[in-house]
Design a protein around this ligand. Structure first.
Ligand code: FAD
Length: 430
């Protein structure tokens, strides 16, 4: 659907049309809210993929979205970690199998541009959703509504804005929510690779002094049966040097860094280079705004947590606003949104801090830190219950998962089977 008038009203305005914004828009539209999603859809291939774990797959499956991506993903059944720091106390190699926690796979890997493009197509076709591929110029918060000006002159008003407009979020700034940002001396090089040997559905992480260098299984193509994606964290100087290399020379360096476990490697075109940063925010909500995705948290792509965390934000937010509606509460009001922050704060802080510590422990040359890291990995490898708890935490997280991520057999509800659910008058607060 396209915006047809200059002034449009919806229940919810989603700012940002990246993977998080589009997923939120679809989930909220599916829940029966009228949604306008505004943002630039970036369909450029940049060698970047996302590994989506079990809870995220359940989320997309319950919304009946995942079948759109059938045949475009590769399963990750095992994760292998290899200490390549050169430390005097190296961590022993560790290998984790999804079968140990009763899963066929930890998750699936998909090209970021394929995911975003597919979500945008679904969003454009959804009857409760207007996708506007442009930018927001301004947002104003008023007692009864939030109103936004689009770059093309349209105005939109809504009861709630979901800020999914990335790390520099305009919506967050306009709401007066402060963010603390920091940088790491690293750049992530991303690339899609074809290689000689099969990956056997194993994702392999080499932990180097500049960060992990990870090969993640990627779907085969008719003429390229063995493919992986690469996320390689390195110093800014190394990234500059490698950016200038030809694809053959770059493939040689990747082969050496990955101990030639994949055999001969060919770099398919269009690599990406992403400077590493972190960010946390003072509040996850204010009157008429809730923050999700990289508008709410940023950290380096260690252990593939970013979008997985964002989808948990979205699943929790959908539950919050659905419950608020059933109780006849204002979905943009503080009373309704407080539950969202309560549900998300712990998970977000655990991932942001945990990844910060793991990343800095690799960058550090201090012997006691090497010893601690080695001992930690040793314990994870050998102590069964701890090992399984760590694996579960990575793909499902502790505590009760939001409804959209709970295990179920069939898609939960579709837009056709599930109309808007008005508030139940019996629940209206007096
Ligand atoms: C190298 C790398 C590898 C990664 N691997 C994984 C992985 O394996 N698994 C995983 O879970 N995560 C991974 N991540 C993290 C994941 O990719 C991000 O969390 C996710 O893409 C961020 O999505 P987002 O929608 O929150 O933000 P963004 O993708 O930044 O989207 C923000 C959107 O907001 C729009 N916007 C900005 N300003 C405005 C405005 N004024 N008006 C309207 N729109 C606006 C932008 O145009 C954009 O569309 C990885 C990240 C990197 C860098």
């Amino acid at each position: 659907m396209a915006l047809s008038t200059h002034d449009t009203h919806a229940d919810i305005l989603v700012a940002g049309a990246g993977a998080a914004g589009l997923s939120a828009a679809l989930a909220l539209a599916q829940a029966g809210f009228s949604v306008i999603c505004v943002g630039h859809v970036d369909r450029r291939a940049n060698g970047r993929t996302v590994a989506l774990f079990e809870a995220s797959l359940r989320f997309y499956k319950s919304l009946d979205i995942w079948r759109r991506f059938r045949g475009k993903t590769a399963a990750i059944e095992k994760i292998r970690m290899i200490d390549a720091t050169g430390s005097r106390f190296p961590a022993p190699p560790a290998s984790f199998a999804a079968s140990e926690i009763g899963l066929a796979a930890f998750g699936e890997n998909i090209e970021n541009d394929v995911l975003v493009d597919g979500l945008a197509e679904l969003a454009a076709a959804h009857p409760n959703l207007v996708l506007h591929e442009g930018m927001l110029d301004d947002i104003r918060f008023e007692p009864e509504a939030v109103s936004a000006a689009l770059a093309n002159g349209h105005r939109v008003s809504a009861k709630l804005v979901v800020a999914a407009d990335g790390r520099g979020s305009l919506a967050r700034t306009k709401a007066g929510i402060s963010a603390r940002s920091w940088t790491y001396p690293q750049v992530a090089l991303t690339a899609l690779l074809s290689h000689e040997k099969p990956h056997r559905q194993i994702s392999t992480e080499f932990h180097t002094r500049s960060g992990p260098c990870t090969l993640v299984p990627l779907r085969p193509l008719p003429d390229r049966p063995h493919r992986s994606s690469l996320v390689w964290l390195m110093s800014a100087d190394d990234a500059e040097r490698r950016r200038a290399l030809g694809l053959v020379a770059l493939a040689d360096e990747i082969e050496r860094q990955t101990d030639r476990i994949a055999g001969r490697i060919e770099v398919e075109d269009s690599c990406g280079f992403f400077p590493m940063a972190g960010m946390s925010v003072s509040h996850l909500f204010r009157h008429r705004i809730a923050l999700i995705g990289e508008a709410a948290h940023v950290f380096p792509p260690l252990a593939a947590q970013g979008l997985n965390l964002s989808l948990r934000d979205i699943a929790a937010l959908v539950e919050t606003v659905e419950d608020a509606r059933a109780l006849c509460l204002d979905i943009g009001g503080l009373e309704a949104l407080a539950g969202y922050a309560k549900a998300r704060r712990g998970d977000i802080s655990l991932r942001t801090n945990g990844i910060d510590i793991l990343n800095r422990s690799l960058l550090s040359n201090l012997l006691p830190i090497d010893v601690l890291r080695g001992a930690g990995f040793f314990a994870f490898s050998l102590i069964g219950p701890l090992r399984r708890a760590v694996m579960r935490e990575g793909v499902l997280t502790h505590g009760t998962l939001p409804r959209l991520m709970q295990e179920r057999e069939r898609p939960r509800r579709t837009s056709s089977s599930r109309g808007p659910k008005p508030c139940d008058e019996a629940n209206r607060p007096v």
